[in-house]
Design a protein around this ligand. Structure first.
Ligand code: APR
Length: 236
């Protein structure tokens, strides 16, 4: 079965970065780093209390300096480098751990912590420091317009056309470390099945979407993903 696979689309979520030390979103207390999601991850929250939201994402951005890609990130980078067919990695994560593992076919559908979006000129630019304090936009030079380049609830995810085109042409769709709770990403598995692809879930535990997959394996990403990549590459 593996030998017939050529085009792969992989979707990752917070679970792949959990073993690097980045907390997932839907922890048992229902809070994200001690905040309700609607207080930090909506355009309304940003309008209501921009300083709180900037401080929250500034802390997440600064924390990236304390974490490293884990065995699962590294295995996916190896798969991209060695896979002879088409490969696309779509991540819901805003951390830079896939980037640092080394990818050329990577799309951040929910934005990136290391990017700032100017609400005045619309430019998105690489950004490493804090956004609190209204720094000037590197593109238009105006101060007071920069916000985290994060797709908040109620906003439209990035790269949807490219993602849906790749899913329509894939032979294998793999979902790794995501709860399947947030659309449109949660709907990718159904689109892939509709396109005739095999579908595989790799997650710590059964997720809301598990029944939608042809196959599911449950365990930590740092174990499951390297083993799966090894099997894929051995099948070429
Ligand atoms: N290995 C594999 N999976 C894991 C691990 C691990 N070590 N640890 C946790 N998981 C799984 C959990 O069981 C859960 O199913 O990862 C999943 C994480 O789910 P969420 O916290 O809901 O994260 P995610 O699916 O990425 O959230 C989607 O929601 O809040 C928004 O925009 C945000 O991109 C995010 C989106």
């Amino acid at each position: 079965m593996l030998a017939a696979m050529r085009n792969i689309v992989i979707l990752t979520g917070a679970g792949i970065s959990a073993e690097s030390g980045i907390p997932t979103f839907r922890a048992s207390d229902g809070l994200w780093e001690n905040h309700r999601i609607e207080d930090v991850a909506t355009p309304q929250a940003f309008r209501r209390n921009p300083a709180l939201v900037q401080r929250f994402y500034d802390a997440r951005r600064a924390f990236l300096g304390q974490v490293e890609p884990n065995a699962a990130h590294l295995a996916l980078a190896r798969l991209e480098a060695e896979w002879p067919g088409d490969f696309l990695l779509v991540t819901q994560n805003v951390d830079d751990l896939h980037d640092r593992a080394g990818h050329t076919h990577l799309l951040h559908m929910h934005g990136e912590l290391n990017s700032a979006l100017c609400t005045r000129c619309g430019a998105a630019r690489p950004w490493r420091g804090p956004l609190l304090g209204d720094p000037a936009c590197p593109a238009c030079r105006q101060a007071g317009g920069l916000r985290p380049d994060i797709v908040w609830f109620g906003e439209i995810p990035y790269h949807m056309e490219r993602i849906e085109t790749a899913i329509a042409a894939c032979d294998l769709f793999v979902s790794i470390g995501t709860s399947g709770a947030v659309y449109p990403a949660a709907g990718f598995v159904s689109q892939a099945r509709h396109a005739g692809a095999r579908t595989l879930e790799l997650n710590l535990e059964p997720s809301a979407g598990t029944p939608l997959f042809d196959e599911a394996k449950h365990g930590p990403a740092s174990v499951l993903v390297p083993a799966w990549v090894e099997a894929m590459l051995a099948s070429r």
